[in-house]
Ligand binder design. Structure first.
Ligand code: SF4
Length: 685
């Protein structure tokens, strides 16, 4: 496949590389993007990140030549040298230690086609050790929703949100993190009279539009959600016909909640009991009530159970399977939904087919000529603890785990325990510091392919710029590695991304029937039945995606967060801001966005600041059992007392130096939202 397959036309409609909303943009000249009227941003509106998306494309720090480590330092090398070394090192490690000695980090910021080929490479080499950063954001949501409903994705559509009568937004701040959703779908619903309930320990721009704000203590969501369910049951607000017809296990759940004291539950969650009752009534009495859920729910050691408790609330009130209702996780990166859909996860093949399903493995074998392994592989959060031991090599594709993994100092050091690490990326990220070979890949603006947004829409990306220097398209890099490493080299011989997509539609039942022509400048949404026009909008209408007519109600009990918090400590919770994205590897290189928000701050309540003699703007030291950072304090009443907040977008301060690596036992997601820290004023220089 030629690197020059696309002649880089300018101003072609493509998809914003940042959040999972999926706004369409194109090059507007002078280094800026402009929104185009697309499937999601129908008026062409975009947020500041979308406008600034081109800032990093032609950035002078772009990697333009392969780098190979020699004598402890990187030297530039021809592609042939770099790729030969990758093939030789990985081949030798697999020969000596077996294919499970390699962990593959896929990229939720890259296309479906690239992620499909990436997981195919891992599986054809004989391992299911492939994961993507969905592990770090919504793996617990996907686990709970898949178990209960049969699909780990938004049950409804963004358009539906505008039609709802009540929005329960929990652990999310769409006004900043998914701004086009907020302005185009949430605010219209509110203008039409919908009630907005916001559950979040911070008062954010989303809270400003809310009718009810429950500033829950981080880690105590189940106490709050169980209390809301108890109010629903006590006040006769449950949808008993729906419960009878579409659920099982109601007797067990009702028995579980029978003795729950709402006042005590609210007290444990740190919120007002009357506000909890008011929220439960507003949600249950609405004709159509929709839940929007974010990482405030998912990033806990109880993340899967948190989402189970949310699902109980939706099922008890019949708010599933109808327009304007549902449970709707807002996905983070532009293709985190797609990376999971195409199988970049250790336990499922493309289309969320279990790796233990013999029929699914046979379908794959018919296409690839090789059956994938039948046992789940390692998640990235578990694999990292086996670096240098069971895991001897890592292939990191467009991710930056040295910044994004919890307990990041230890995670970065773990990479040094590997025998070999290859990174494919645009810039010298913190992870590159630990690599042996670095391959310069393509940015979002230099490639074709598809991405899948937060409400299951598959959309096409088109190139707007040429590749810099000797950088190569990611798909070409991956297929080149595949042809060098896998016996059935033909399996990686594609005539461009459309050919990859066609293969994907043959092995992924959710994408069956989709095509590049069919998507055009619009979208096709999964699941995509044979007679579909644009796909299925509302899931679980007649039967659940599990194939069952009923979904189980589950008794859920709270478990304490992993970090015990002593009297003199505060709880650190981390999150995002409007101007930046994930590890900041891209957005911190944008002059536009850095002018808007150049540095991080630690939000701290005035009471907590006063107790530590900290004034607004003071430099403070934040310490946990894992590490220590120095940052400026922002004293504000918008954070609840006892909790401090900073983002995870910066390398200095590196928030994940503080977070712990305790994991949710089901989804193996870290507890980014609850870390015990001490905060003190830094000594004068
Ligand atoms: Fe990009 Fe998300 Fe902003 Fe849309 S809302 S422009 S997808 S970052």
């Amino acid at each position: 496949m030629s690197d020059n397959q696309d002649q880089s036309p300018r101003a072609a409609q493509t998809v914003c590389p940042y959040c999972g909303v999926g706004c369409t943009i194109e090059y507007a000249g002078k280094g800026k993007a402009t929104g185009t009227a697309g499937p999601v941003n129908t008026s062409g509106e975009v947020c500041p990140k979308g406008v600034a998306a081109f800032d990093v494309v032609a950035h002078d720090e772009r990697l333009t030549e392969p780098l190979v480590r020699e004598g402890g330092r990187f030297v530039t090398a021809p592609w042939e040298t770099a790729l030969s070394r990758v093939a030789a090192e990985l081949g030798e490690i697999i020969d000596q230690h077996g294919p499970d000695a390699v962990e593959f980090f896929a990229s939720s910021n890259c296309t479906n086609e690239e992620n499909y080929v990436f997981q195919k490479l891992a599986r054809m080499l004989g391992t299911n050790n492939v994961d993507n950063c969905a592990r770090l954001c919504h793996s617990s949501t996907v686990a709970a929703m898949s178990e209960r409903l049969g699909a780990g994705a938004m049950t409804n559509t963004l358009d539906d949100l505008a039609e709802t009568d009540c929005l329960l937004v929990t652990g999310a701040n769409p006004a900043e993190q998914h701004p086009v959703i907020f302005r185009s779908y949430v605010l219209p619903a509110i203008r039409n009279g919908a009630t907005l309930i916001h559950i979040d320990p911070r008062e954010t721009d989303t809270t400003d539009a809310a009718d009810i704000h429950l500033d829950v203590r981080p880690g105590y969501d189940i106490q709050l959600l169980n209390s809301m369910a108890k109010v629903v049951l006590d006040e006769g607000l449950a949808d008993e016909p729906f419960i009878e017809e579409r659920t099982t296990g109601d007797a067990e759940l009702k028995a579980h909640l029978r003795d729950l004291d709402v006042a005590a539950g609210a007290d444990a969650a740190g919120v007002d009991a009357e506000a909890v009752r008011e929220a439960a009534r507003a949600y249950a009495e609405a004709d159509r009530a929709a839940i929007v859920t974010g990482m405030g729910m998912s990033q806990h050691t109880s993340g899967t159970d948190n989402v189970h408790a949310l699902l109980n609330l939706a099922l008890l009130t019949g708010n599933v399977g109808r327009p304007g209702t549902g449970v709707n996780p807002l996905r983070g990166q532009n293709n985190v939904q797609g990376a999971g859909d195409v199988g970049a996860l250790p336990n499922v093949l493309p289309g969320y087919q279990s790796v233990t399903n013999p029929d699914a493995r046979q379908r794959i074998a018919d296409e690839w000529g090789v059956a994938p392994p039948g046992e789940p592989g390692l998640t990235e959060t578990t694999a990292i603890h086996q670096f240098g031991d069971g895991v001897r090599a890592a292939v990191v594709f467009g991710e930056n785990p040295a910044v994004t993994e919890p307990n990041a100092n230890a995670a970065g050091s773990a990479f040094d325990d590997l025998d070999f690490c290859v990174v494919i990326d645009l810039f010298e990220t913190a992870t590159v510091d630990h690599a042996d070979v670095v391959l310069p890949g393509s940015s979002w603006a230099e490639k074709s392919g598809t991405v899948t947004n937060t409400d299951r829409r598959v959309m096409r990306m088109r190139p707007n710029a040429d590749l810099p220097g000797n950088a190569r398209r990611d798909l070409d890099i991956l297929t080149d590695i595949g042809q060098r490493l896998v016996d059935q080299a033909d399996a990686f011989d594609y005539d461009g991304p459309e050919a990859v997509f066609e293969e994907l539609t043959r092995v992924n039942p959710l994408y069956a029937g989709m095509s590049y022509d069919g998507i055009g400048e619009g979208y096709q949404r999964w699941p995509f039945p044979a007679d579909a026009d644009s796909g299925t909008d509302v899931l679980h209408s007649e039967t659940f995606a599990s194939g069952e007519r009923t979904a189980p109600l589950l008794p859920i009990s709270p478990t304490p967060p992993a970090d015990a918090v002593s009297e003199d400590q505060l709880v650190l919770t981390t999150g995002r801001v409007l101007q930046h994205f994930n590890s900041g590897a891209l957005t911190r290189r944008s002059e536009t966005l850095m002018r808007m928000r150049g540095e991080d701050v630690l939000e701290i309540h005035p009471d907590d600041a006063a107790a530590r003699d900290i004034a607004d703007g003071d430099t403070v030291v934040v310490e946990s059992d894992r590490g220590s950072v120095t940052v400026s304090a922002a004293v504000t009443t918008t954070i609840r007392s006892g909790v401090v907040f900073c983002t995870f977008h910066y390398e200095d301060p590196l928030a994940n130096a503080l977070t712990g690596d305790a994991l949710d036992p089901v989804a193996e997601i870290p507890e980014y939202k609850h870390s015990a820290v001490t905060v003190r004023k830094a000594a004068a220089p």
